[in-house]
Design a protein around this ligand. Structure first.
Ligand code: NAD
Length: 398
């Protein structure tokens, strides 16, 4: 099958198996070119492992410290007629490379919020990974969650928690700046977003693993968050998603207390950089901010993608002597994004940006290239005119 991009708003409905493999291989090559992570993890569970930050969180321990990995995700397999989702092909490529290096690489495709999937994960850890994991990364980004006990479905919304908020935004289809007004969420919408993207499911995972004796002494667990500059606070940090992230910090304290007492372990929230992923491209205002951010960070030679961020998180923070925690105990690998000089330039560009100077002040080309790359398009060395096999699948799920 010849596969080309079909973009609808912030979604691309097709993915290229060979392009996704090339994208994963680029990330593996990056990690292999870095020094090994001293005392890094050896048995890792990544929840949300097929794309974005979670995929990078699987690649770094596997190729940076020789870790066996179990990856959990929700992806669509391809068929003879239709390509599957990018995460499916990313995982196929990851598993192939990891097993070629003699590593255990198992995957589960299903609903991470369910009790059934947690039980399946416990079985794999027990039977195929030596019984215990020493790192659990929680990197889910989901628009909905079915409560595993009641069956009730909760949907997350991206709204403010104050009044209406109007700001510049980017129509990524047209490359045009427009204005968007985002309404305020009701209390029910805030509560529902916290149920979906808050810390409750992270706690359920850790409790299930702890109860089954599947956590190693000194276990570390980390979940990802975002803060960003004040200009995005109404829609992010002070918005419904920000309330969910605050709940992750609540969960982090509870998990940390439990792990410290029982296993000498620790839980962290890591605040990461804004990057183009399937999750972030759906948030209004953020793609314009990211396009300006890319411009500034590339100009100063400090731009990073997911793989560079997670390499730094693991090598220079989680598995180093000094985690450089902020005053509320969070890991900050958004430190370069939040540098005063970077944020001062962005604030000025934000003030002045219009459709007339868009390409001077923002790196929309970089944004678009990263967006297409998420789906395996635009990778060097891939022949997009050639047939590719849409039935490519992760070996552990074939
Ligand atoms: P992503 O969309 O690239 O990946 C989401 C992952 O979750 C995928 O592996 C997907 O298959 C999985 N998933 C979704 N629903 C699932 C379900 N029900 N069951 C099992 N798996 C499911 O997202 P991302 O941007 O990498 O986000 C990961 C985390 O990082 C989120 O907590 C996000 O808030 C945080 N974060 C993102 C950014 C950013 O700019 N992208 C910045 C800082 C923090």
């Amino acid at each position: 099958m010849i596969v080309s991009p079909k973009i609808r708003g912030f979604i691309c409905t097709t993915s290229h198996p060979d392009g996704c493999a090339a994208n994963v291989q680029e990330q593996i090559n990056f990690v292999k070119a870095q020094p090994k992570i001293e005392n890094g993890p050896k048995n890792v569970l990544v929840i949300g492992a097929s794309a974005g930050y979670g995929l990078a969180s699987r690649i770094v321990p596997a190729f940076g410290s020789g870790a066996n990995t179990l990856g959990i995700f929700f992806e669509k397999p391809g068929s003879e007629k239709r390509p599957g989702s990018a995460g499916w092909y990313n995982t196929a490529a990851f598993e192939k490379a990891a097993t070629a290096d003699g590593l255990v690489a198992k995957s589960l495709n299903g609903d991470a919020f369910s009790h059934e999937l947690k039980q399946q994960a416990l079985d794999i850890i027990k039977n195929e990974m030596g019984g215990k994991v020493d790192l659990v990364v929680y990197s889910l980004a989901s628009p909905r969650r079915t409560d595993p006990d009641t069956g009730e479905v909760f949907k997350s919304v991206l709204k403010t928690t104050g009044g209406d908020y109007t700001n510049k935004t980017l129509n990524t289809d047209k490359g045009e700046i427009t204005e968007v007004t985002i309404g305020a969420a009701s209390q029910e919408e805030i509560d529902d977003t916290v149920k979906v993207m808050g810390g409750a499911d992270w706690e359920l995972w850790i409790n299930a693993l702890a109860d089954a004796g599947a956590l190693a002494d000194g276990i570390k667990t980390v979940a990802y968050s975002y803060i960003g500059p004040e200009l995005t606070w109404p829609i992010y940090t002070d918005g419904t998603i920000g309330m969910a992230k605050k709940d992750c910090e609540r969960a982090c304290s509870a998990i940390n207390a439990k792990l410290a007492e029982t296993l000498g372990g620790a839980a962290y929230v890591s605040v990461n950089k804004a990057l183009v992923t399937q999750a972030s491209s759906a948030i209004p205002v953020v793609p314009l901010y990211i396009s300006i951010l890319y411009k500034e960070m590339k100009a100063k030679g400090i731009h990073e993608g997911c793989i560079e961020q997670i390499q730094r998180l693991m090598a220079d923070r989680l598995y180093s002597e000094d985690l450089q925690l902020d005053d509320t105990g969070r890991i900050r690998v958004d430190d370069w994004e939040m540098r005063d000089d970077i944020q001062a330039s962005i604030a000025e560009s934000w003030q002045n940006i219009s459709n007339d100077n868009f390409n001077q002040l923002a790196d929309f080309e970089g944004y678009q290239a990263d967006f297409l790359k998420l789906f395996g398009f635009g990778l060097d060395g891939v022949d997009y005119a050639a047939d590719t096999d849409p039935t490519t699948a992760p070996a552990s799920l074939s």
